[in-house]
Design a protein around this ligand. Structure first.
Ligand SMILES: [Zn+2]
Length: 102
């Protein structure tokens, strides 16, 4: 599988014309000194969720332990920031494994 070098999304072989989703800038007072993070996503909420997943994976914040994080998000090129609260939750996965009779 090939991944886009710009946005990181998978490029499907049958889909010859990949277009990157819009680019978002995320300002995070807690974790970024004086630079914003860049995230590619289809809307501001998805960009925030993607950023939350990445920063939670870094163990910098503990969103899945009930913590909430405030960030500012704007589409690249826009002047105005919008404020979002990032939260997280742990989900359960269920499986069925067949018992084989030998
Ligand atoms: Zn792309």
């Amino acid at each position: 599988m090939d991944y886009c070098k710009i946005c990181g999304e998978p490029i499907w072989a049958s889909d010859g014309k990949h277009r990157c989703p819009p680019k978002w800038e995320i300002w995070d007072d807690d974790n970024r000194g004086d630079e914003y993070a860049i995230v590619f996503a289809h809307d501001a909420e998805a960009a925030g969720a993607k950023y939350a997943e990445e920063s939670d994976a870094d163990d910098r914040v503990l969103l899945c332990d009930g913590e909430e994080q405030e960030v500012k998000i704007r589409e690249a090129g826009d002047e105005e920031w919008r404020t979002f609260f990032l939260t997280g939750e742990v989900t359960s996965l269920y499986h069925a494994l067949e018992k084989k009779n030998v």
